[in-house]
Design a binder for this molecule. Sequence first.
Ligand SMILES: Nc1nc2c(c(=O)[nH]1)N[C@H]1C(S)=C(S)[C@@H](COP(=O)(O)OP(=O)(O)OC[C@H]3O[C@@H](n4cnc5c(=O)[nH]c(N)nc54)[C@H](O)[C@@H]3O)O[C@H]1N2
Ligand SMILES: Nc1nc2c(c(=O)[nH]1)N[C@H]1C(S)=C(S)[C@@H](COP(=O)(O)OP(=O)(O)OC[C@H]3O[C@@H](n4cnc5c(=O)[nH]c(N)nc54)[C@H](O)[C@@H]3O)O[C@H]1N2
Ligand SMILES: [Mo]
Length: 768
Amino acid sequence: MSSKPPIADATDALIKVTLPGHAAAGIPGVVHSMGPALAQLGPRRTLSLFTSINQKEGFDCMSCAWPDPDSRKTLEFCENGAKAVIWEATPVTVPTSFWAEHSVDDLATKSEYWLGLQGRLTEPVYKPAGAAHYRPVSWSEAFSIAGTALRELDTPDQAAFYTSGRASNEAAFAYQLFVRAFGTNNLPDCSNMCHESTGTALSEVIGIGKSTVSYDDFEQADLIIVMGQNPGTNHPRMLTALEDAKRAGASIVSVNPLPEAGLQHYKNPQTVRGLLGKGTALADQFLQIRLGGDMALLQALSKRVLDAEAAHPGTVLDHEFLTEHCVGLDELTSHLAELDEAAVLAATGLTSAEIDALAERYIRADRVIITWAMGITQHKRAVAGIKEIVNLLLLRGNIGKPGAGASPIRGHSNVQGDRTMGIWEQMPDSFLDALEREFGFDPPRAHGVDAVHGIRAMQRGDIKLWISLGGNFVGAISDTAAAEAAMRGTDLTVQISTKLNRSHAVTGAAALILPTLGRTEIDRQQGGVQFVTVEDSVCAVHASRGRVEPVAPDLLSEVAIVSRLARATLGADSPVDWAAFEHDYDVIREHIANVVPGCAGYNEKVRRPGGFVLPNGPRDSRTFPTTAGKAILTVNELEPIECPPGRLLLQTLRSHDQFNTTIYSRNDRYRGIKKGRDVVFVNPDDLLELGLEDGQQVDVFSEWPGQPDRELRGFRVVSYPTARGCAAAYFPEANVLVPLDSTAEGSNTPVSKAVVVRIEPARVPAPA
Ligand SMILES: Nc1nc2c(c(=O)[nH]1)N[C@H]1C(S)=C(S)[C@@H](COP(=O)(O)OP(=O)(O)OC[C@H]3O[C@@H](n4cnc5c(=O)[nH]c(N)nc54)[C@H](O)[C@@H]3O)O[C@H]1N2
Ligand SMILES: Nc1nc2c(c(=O)[nH]1)N[C@H]1C(S)=C(S)[C@@H](COP(=O)(O)OP(=O)(O)OC[C@H]3O[C@@H](n4cnc5c(=O)[nH]c(N)nc54)[C@H](O)[C@@H]3O)O[C@H]1N2
Ligand SMILES: [Mo]
């Protein structure tokens, strides 16, 4: 089965590989990858944008959910934030003539890179069933088409409403309200593919699915363990926080199959030393773990902590904390007593001495933070693995005290806020009850579909209408061919977007594109200029104000689009005054204050400079609202990933020049890749064993029982210092290797980080 939609332009035969770049950061990087786009912006727009990013009176950077320090620098952003801003704020627009020139089939032959380069979408367009092209339509026609299609469904559950984590709290709250008033909980989101495993695990064991640290905790920590995360590329400002923590005496440990730039060497662009120097090694210890080995490592660490306590009773565990706030210590202790060290070493690829060294660091430290991202969440046993992170932290009381805690680092800049606002296919009854009280309608109670189940429902014909508030669903989900076929089988797809991507070319029989304002742009409504609010990785909620003129006069904000869609669908019986929502976002915030826990006084609190921090029981008062009423130490069985001889474990990850499915350039400076993305990174010793040579053209296969092999053809193998037995390729190209049903237990997140693959010399040589 081979289906590889074009992602980057097909000139990968020219890929250049150099020594991986060592030090992360440096503003020259922006100019490197965005030179032409930067020039198009012009000096005025550029200055106005760059002095507003992440400022208390400016807009929230859309590149990641890393929090802001209390005291902001004049330029409070990173290289990749700058790229995201330039990408969105470009003055280049898709001209009206474009739609007649390019059929939808033609767009489907274009790469993500090409689609992004066409510029901002400025007018609603519609492709009727049977037509080959989109054509411009008026806003009122667009809403009437969507509203009519929604009303004509047999049941509201025949529609699904996807959200990507860039939507503001106001847009998200209005959207979930519309969807529930319409009558379904079909609210899949990008989080289903991202930190869902985190939410599932943390909710069960500590009672809240969010980070238990605040920004200032980083500087007070003695030890910060960064697991399965590449902050140099994906959360660059985190490196500044790590550098500050290190200066204040913390040690930093990276657990990763790859020696990622930034953790190994780091240049702080905000300091002269950083711009000129060679960079500091941030990580004091680097454990080059085998993919999927973290759960074994964490169990081995907890076992060493328990053994140390047994050897010196009363000196290692935090007995007071464990007795007062936790359950499950005895079960964990007896379970770990049986832990097989040989199995740990096989699963982790580490030595006992390396694990001993980290255990000693952990025991010596009074305050420990563990952070993680996709390297932990996108595994089959991710939920269990995250519970092991919590086990280790709880043993020494590292939750709910300064400088310590469990800290998932979110991806999309408001993915956490969207969940807080009700974007979830399984919102708890307490939230639905509050909606009912506030708006006087009866929200549906049956859980809706998540991302993977959404594809299944489309395949069965149960979902006929798919609406996306942002994102690039078919580009982002696993099993590209299956996802695209499912999407093409629907009656209508509606994309609310800033720019073109693959999901605009893979449509239902009929399709609408509704162009929207970006976060950088001034949002004018009847009630005056509006701001929106967002929540970062550490639960801080604050305002975001657009600063530049909208790129086109007719763009609507996301809130306006959602409100008008609701009016067109629900008509006069709606329990909500949608026009008031659109005219003045304070009206939405008043409702948020009444419905969303922790948001009382929302309008006043978000107007404070820097906003406010949502309450968090574990962090604030060591209250754990779990089923046991305490934090739960859990027993999790190790299940090693089977990797037959001659196979490797492959992870799919991000290059330095992409934002998810948005490709800024085909370079990955920190990994030494230029002008190409069709590469697979393999350890030199594995290459030798497989009889492959660095630079050779190869085919990559994944094997699944009862299915034809999945394949990526004509990739270039790159000899790279990843852990033994492991490989890496870029997302989204490698999504084709992951079948839809390969998902994490308990969270249903696609397993994007440990795919068993076979790599063979390419059958068809690549064109010269
Ligand atoms: N510039 C930029 N910023 C972004 C994004 C972007 O695409 N571009 N995306 C945003 C989003 S939505 C998200 S979710 C985040 C993603 O942020 P990350 O999670 O950092 O993203 P990935 O590129 O998937 O990198 C995964 C990291 O985990 C490591 N890893 C993989 N498997 C394992 C494992 O089994 N064990 C361990 N210990 N490590 C492992 C990889 O080597 C890699 O360093 O970034 C956000 N920020
Ligand atoms: N194999 C593999 N697959 C993965 C991952 C992986 O690591 N490996 N990572 C997963 C993760 S962590 C995530 S979060 C998902 C990402 O899934 P998505 O969030 O669906 O994908 P993005 O690429 O971030 O979406 C980009 C598009 O959003 C639109 N957009 C940008 N800004 C705005 C805005 O302000 N408003 C609106 N309405 N639209 C806007 C633009 O049209 C742009 O093309 O992918 C997942 N898929
Ligand atoms: Mo993400």
